[in-house]
Each structure stands twice: as structure tokens, then as C-alpha cells.
Design a protein around this ligand. Structure first.
Ligand SMILES: *[C@@H]1O[C@H](CO)[C@@H](O)[C@H](O)[C@H]1NC(C)=O
Ligand SMILES: *[C@@H]1O[C@H](CO)[C@@H](O)[C@H](O)[C@H]1NC(C)=O
Length: 464
């Protein structure tokens, strides 16, 4: 009687990556609390594109007397390998004043000290979005030009969780109602493009129930295997951007011969899973836009501009079928004042968009190189997520000491990574004079050399 319930605090969501059951016992103090239960779990899996999106809503209850500062989400080894991004939030307040507070999600840091702990009364809703890449397996792995593309998706009908789950349901949305087969778990319902698994009741921790769904997905499986974006800041004018793409159709491999005639007659049947154009979202005030490949400029591109954005429609020289690749470069420049600012501390900073400008496209390996003006000092990059960073020197036309270049590398980049990032640096305006001074000096030296040569020539002529 009179048991006092402390208000449990929920600080961040930790990803207890469920690699091996034994590795979890190694988590020590921050292991999942046995007092926490999930009262209800709703998972919505969106399979309508080539990237898998999962929306998870949990109603969590802490019946213990102590604070539960961490909530663990478990992922299977395959899922954790393909996890591109995960975001969690606590919807706050009543329905009218719903406010989402993004939570810290950290797969590596499994220590205590919840930063910015958020109090919640006895029960709390948590919303999570996570994105899985390369999680749809084409089967058959090879198809001819006139066949549709079928893929497998594997999951568990029951949420893999370190907690007891009282009630749960899973919805899976497919792009069309062409579902070849799916695992049935009592109860399972199918209605059009949606499969419904559950409700399920009272599942113990780490329970799972594998399911396999085989369905048609003719969406472009556009994967940029490697993207290098070079952003060059020149205090004299504009921001120059050059992007090097290595694009691949990562769907079912094309087999047999490709008939352009059949393709052109009925592209929706003779090439349903192929794609021939992509759209890049560029900043609003772009100019000098070009799109070229190894052969030269490709003129079949269209640029649409409005005050919010520009869209560049690009068309490789041939439609891309499964396994086919295309390499190309997109270049443009934008006014410096749209992206370069000064911080209250007097530093300069670039505020630019991370990620890949192509819509609905996954990047296996992204490199962003920010080339700072010559003479820039103490650069630092600020990103809302982890990425590898280092500095290098770029030596270009008219440079004396080379330009400090901030290099940022990230694997497994999805459209949700298209958020602003910043590069701060110190710059002494005196360096702006370096290049003109060099030019003047060079011209002066050239003429001095000419004069000296003429004099020398004359004196030699006299001697002869
Ligand atoms: C390609 O287009 C760009 C921009 O329109 C132009 O500057 C460049 O000279 C062109 N290159 C060739 C090889 O035509
Ligand atoms: C960067 O730009 C975005 C808009 O593109 C803006 O919302 C954000 O506040 C800017 N960040 C900084 C640090 O200036």
C-alpha cells in the first residue's frame, strides 16, 4: 500500500543491436529494464519504393520504482547492417498541442548519463522511423526485358523487442496488389496493397516469427554506388559545385538481348523495371548548369526553376536495366550569399545540403569535399549525424599554398539525409589579395625576364 511511483525519465533510445543474445548481457548497467513493458506496438512497413521505411509507434509503461532512462530497440543482424537512419520522438502534450522532441539515438554509446532527459508520466508514446536499404531481394535474380520485377522482403510478424509486448499489430504496404505469396501467421489479412499481421497478444522478450513476402516492385532501384560532391568556395564570386555519379540499377539483372524497338513501342511492358530519367533537386538560383558523361555534354536535360528550388531532369544515354551502370557529372554554380554566412563569433560558415540531390535514390558511399578559399584556418564541420571527416589540400589554378579541403564521408545515405550541414572556418581578407598580387607579380616577372632576355641577347650579339 502507498507504494510511491517515481516518475520515470526517458532520455534517449538506445539501439540494443541484437547480434547475439550473449552480447546483451555485456551491456551491464544500461541493459533493458525488466520493469518496462510495451503495452502496444504498431509497425507500418512501407515497401512502395526500393528503400524500406518502417514507422513504429510504441506505448511504453514503466512499472518499476526506478527511472528507466533508456528504451532499447532491437534489430536483427541483417537489419542493423542495412539500417541507414533512425529517428525517434516523443509526442508531447494533448492532441491539439502535439510537439515532437527528437530523441538521441545512439547505437554505439551504451553508457549511462541520459542527456536532456525527458520526464514522462507512467505511460508514454514513442514514435520511431527507421530506414533499411538493400533489403528487397530480387527473385528471380535475372529477368528478361518483358518480365516484371519481383522481390522478397523478410521480416518478423512480431516485433523483435527486449521487452514483453502486450498487444501489437503489423501493416505492410506493397506498391501494387500483385503479391505472389506471403507467410500466413494467424491472424493475417490481406486487402489490396496492404497486409495486416495481428493483433497479437502477450509475446515474451526476443520473440520473433519470420515472414517472407514475394511481390512485384517495378520502382527504379536507382543506387549511386559512389557519389563525390565537390563544393568550392571562392570569396570572389560563387559557389562551384561538381558532382560525380556512378549510378547503377540494383534490381533484378537484365538477361537476354535488349531491344530498343520493343522498349520504345511499349516501355511500360518491355522495360517495366527499367528507368531512363532521374530528377535532381538543385538550389533555387543555380546557373551554368551542365550534365555530361565520358562522351561529352548530354543535351537531353531540362532545368525548371522557381523561387524555392530548381529541378534538373536528366536522362542517361540509354535506359537503365537491372545491373546496368552509368557514370556522369552534374555541375552548377550558385550565388555565394545564399550559402555563405558569418557567425556571431566572426567565423565564416557554409550552410549547404548534405545527401544526394537525386530524388528517391540511395547512395552506397558519399564523399563531400568542401574546398575552402586559400588562407582559411581552423575549419570544422557540423553535421546532425555521425560521419568520417578529415582534411586534405587541394591545389588549383593560381594557388600558392593550396586550399584546405574538408572531406566528409558517409555510407548508406538515403533521402532523409538531405539536411543542412555547416563548415565553419576563419578567413583573413588579406588573402583575397593574394591571387591578384600573384598575377601582377607574375606579369611583372615576365616582363622583367623579357627585358633581361632582350638585353642579354643584344650583349651576346655584340660579342659575336
Ligand atoms: C558543356 O556545357 C557546358 C555548359 O553549358 C559548357 O561550358 C562546356 O563548354 C560544354 N562542353 C562541351 C564539350 O561541349
Ligand atoms: C541552414 O539553412 C537552413 C535552410 O536551408 C536553415 O533552416 C538553417 O537555420 C541554416 N543553419 C544555419 C546554422 O545557418
Amino acid at each position: 500500500m502507498g507504494k510511491i511511483l517515481m516518475v520515470p525519465a526517458l532520455g534517449r533510445i538506445l539501439l540494443g543491436l541484437l547480434l547475439l543474445a550473449s552480447s546483451l548481457s555485456a551491456l551491464g548497467s544500461s541493459s533493458p529494464s525488466p520493469d518496462v513493458r510495451i503495452l502496444s506496438a504498431e509497425r507500418r512497413v512501407d515497401l512502395t519504393s526500393s528503400i524500406v521505411k518502417v514507422y513504429l509507434t510504441l506505448k511504453v509503461e514503466n512499472s518499476g520504482a526506478s527511472h528507466a532512462s533508456d528504451i532499447f530497440l532491437a534489430f536483427s543482424p541483417t537489419e542493423s547492417e542495412h539500417l541507414a537512419i533512425i529517428k525517434a520522438s516523443l509526442p508531447e502534450g494533448k492532441r491539439k498541442k502535439k510537439k515532437y522532441i527528437p530523441l538521441d539515438v545512439n547505437p554505439t554509446e551504451l553508457s549511462e548519463a541520459p542527456n536532456g532527459a525527458k520526464l514522462f508520466s507512467k505511460q508514454q508514446f514513442i514514435e520511431v522511423l527507421y530506414i533499411l536499404t538493400h533489403s528487397l531481394e530480387p527473385f528471380p535474380a535475372e529477368i528478361s526485358q518483358s518480365e516484371p520485377q519481383l522481390v522478397y522482403y523478410r521480416d518478423s510478424a512480431v516485433l523483435l523487442s527486449p521487452y514483453h509486448v502486450v498487444e501489437q499489430i503489423l501493416y505492410i504496404k506493397t506498391p501494387t496488389n500483385k503479391i505472389e505469396s506471403f507467410t500466413r501467421v494467424d491472424p493475417t489479412n490481406r486487402a489490396g496493397t496492404e497486409l495486416k499481421y495481428g493483433h497479437f497478444h502477450d509475446h515474451p522478450p526476443y520473440y520473433s516469427s519470420p515472414i517472407l513476402i514475394h511481390f512485384e516492385n517495378n520502382n527504379p532501384f536507382a543506387v549511386v554506388e559512389e557519389l563525390v560532391r565537390e563544393v568550392e568556395i571562392s570569396h570572389w564570386g560563387s559557389l562551384q559545385v561538381k558532382e560525380y555519379y556512378q549510378l547503377k540499377h540494383a534490381g533484378a539483372r537484365h538477361k537476354g538481348v535488349f531491344s530498343r524497338l520493343e522498349y520504345q513501342a511499349r516501355p511500360s511492358i518491355n522495360g517495366a523495371s527499367s528507368f531512363k530519367e532521374l530528377v535532381a533537386k538543385l538550389p533555387p538560383r543555380v546557373n551554368s548548369v551542365y550534365y555530361r558523361d565520358a562522351i561529352g555534354n548530354i543535351s537531353s536535360s531540362h532545368l525548371r526553376t522557381d523561387y524555392q528550388k530548381s529541378e534538373l531532369e536528366i536522362e542517361p544515354r540509354y535506359p537503365l536495366f537491372g545491373g546496368w551502370k552509368a557514370s556522369f557529372v552534374i555541375g552548377y554554380s550558385v550565388p555565394l550569399e545564399d550559402f555563405l554566412f558569418e557567425s556571431p563569433e566572426g567565423q565564416h560558415y557554409l550552410n549547404f545540403s548534405f545527401g544526394c540531390p537525386l530524388y528517391e535514390t540511395l547512395v552506397d558511399s558519399l564523399t563531400i569535399k568542401v574546398v575552402l578559399p586559400e588562407g582559411s584556418k581552423s575549419p570544422s564541420a557540423v553535421l546532425p549525424f555521425g560521419a568520417d571527416q578529415y582534411l586534405e589540400k587541394t591545389l588549383s589554378y593560381l594557388d600558392v599554398v593550396g586550399r584546405t579541403t574538408v572531406v566528409i564521408k558517409k555510407k548508406n545515405v538515403v533521402p532523409e539525409h538531405n539536411v543542412p550541414f555547416q563548415v565553419y572556418y576563419n578567413f583573413n581578407p588579406i588573402f583575397m589579395l593574394a591571387e591578384p598580387l600573384m598575377l601582377i607579380t607574375a606579369i611583372f616577372l615576365f616582363f622583367s625576364a623579357c627585358i633581361a632576355y632582350l638585353h642579354m641577347d643584344l650583349s651576346l650579339a655584340k660579342k659575336a
